[in-house]
Design a protein around this ligand. Structure first.
Ligand SMILES: [Zn+2]
Length: 117
């Protein structure tokens, strides 16, 4: 059973020029992201939601919300942020299946750990 929850954080970043002139200026996004857990249903539950929320809050949101993403990542593109989120969570959320990160309404990335970065 796959169980997904949405989260969000606000952060600023600047990207190299090859990402475009606007992305090269310092600016902010409200990043939305979804974490999917692949769990077994036991007593009607696939996930311990309170524990899940607490781990995401502590490992991702508390670190990134109102931060400058270049302090965490050399190139804070949506691709690299999704990998960073995966790596923050994989030890405490062993049933993690997928990270989806929405940088804007119209584009997002999906990461399932396959690049092993
Ligand atoms: Zn941007």
């Amino acid at each position: 059973m796959q169980f997904t929850r949405k989260f969000k954080f606000d952060a600023s970043h600047t990207l190299p020029r090859e990402f475009g002139e606007k992305e090269n200026q310092m600016h902010g996004h409200t990043y939305k992201f979804e974490i999917t857990i692949d769990g077994q249903v036991v007593n009607g539950k696939a996930v311990d939601l309170n524990k899940f929320k607490k781990i995401v809050q502590e490992e991702v949101i508390d670190k990134l919300d109102h931060s400058h993403l270049n302090d965490h990542l050399e190139i804070p593109s949506a691709e690299n942020i999704s990998i960073w989120i995966w790596n923050q969570l994989k030890e405490k959320l062993q049933d993690i299946y997928e990270v989806k990160l929405f940088e804007t309404e119209s584009h997002w990335v999906t990461y399932r750990g396959e690049d092993g970065n």
